[in-house]
Design a protein around this ligand. Sequence first.
Ligand code: MN
Length: 431
Amino acid sequence: MKHDLYPAPRCPRISVAGSALTLPVRRIWCVGRNYHAHAVEMGAQGEPQPPFFFAKPAHALVANPVRIPMPPQTCELHHEVELLLVLGRGGHNLTVDAAAQCIIAAGVAVDLTRRDVQALAKQQGRPWALAKGFDFSAPCGEVALVDEPLPADAELALWVDGVQMQRGRLAQMIAPQAAVIAALSQQVRLAPGDVILTGTPAGVGPLSPGQTVRARIDGLPELTFEIGEPDTMATTEQHVTAEDVLAFWFGEPGTPVESQFQIWFKKDPELDALIRTRFEGALQRATRGELDSWAETPRGRLALIILLDQFSRNMYRDTPAAFAQDEQARALALAGVELGHDAALAPIEAAFVYMPFEHGESMAWQERAVASLTALTERTDLAVIKSFVTYAHKHHEVIAEFGRYPHRNAILQRDNTEAEEAYLAQPGAGF
Ligand code: MN
């Protein structure tokens, strides 16, 4: 069984206004110099020239942003208001008519540009990928579903702190909407989820932290966001989410419970190492209380409990650190039961909310573990839940006899009693 070493990158999505639909983004294509007046302000001379294409990484897209952090290494962040088109179908060497039929949605985007970085790249004859494709460089609003290009008389405009800086009409595009798609399809094989920023009219200019950008195109949802201070988040740390934890522990939705036994019940050094690589940072944050907000929802609380009560046992197997988070996990489990979070989860998920009780070295915790897991058998016929109940009874017996788990004694530097020595000498003692 193979596991991803880190969470699969999430596909950016654009939201459809007034609908539950979202549009997954595959690639972001941009059109350069598609409005003659903008080409002129960028230094072009003579007759209008055919536009050209460049790209931004899909993850540069930020749907419905509130704030876009000021990007690093620029003193000249420029705004470019643009019509954004989403393709619902694709193809190669499309005719203009076929290209028009690929458009499934339209919205407003701002092609943020580090103009100084771009100017230097041009001067040096180098690519301007990083002038255009930096993090958060493609903010966009909600989109409207459409089945044809937008009317050419639609106006597009952009304001900075309420002052209008850009204004144009789609009719001014050198290559109109369908022609852009057709031209691009000569060069790449287009597919659903390809997004096109169709170029900007004149009036591009600088933005700085604290300024508010408002962009609109007739007939489409507006886009408003603020330019924030430079991003101060630690950029090297992968930020693990509660859903990352749950996807790892329970598999993707629809995964049969049995196929997770390899993860839940197997002592596998390679799996332990993988869990440590992927989740140790999150566990450390959890122990510092930095993930407490996860506990606001049943699924988030479950993820936090799995991190503190299960992943800790994998990561730090046979060391005291394996048990160091048990009290915190039990408090979360207890509060979750009081809030009814366990009842909002599937039985197999709720079972892991109760595991911190089973790990507790007191009869009160053991009785709670047996009772909670037994109650789950009224909600489901899953064989694994029945086996969890059997195991809960076995744990209960050990604590009833010794008042603690003898197999933890060596790890926690506790001396064994004679009775514990005898118990541990039996084959299969411990859990
Ligand atoms: Mn642009």
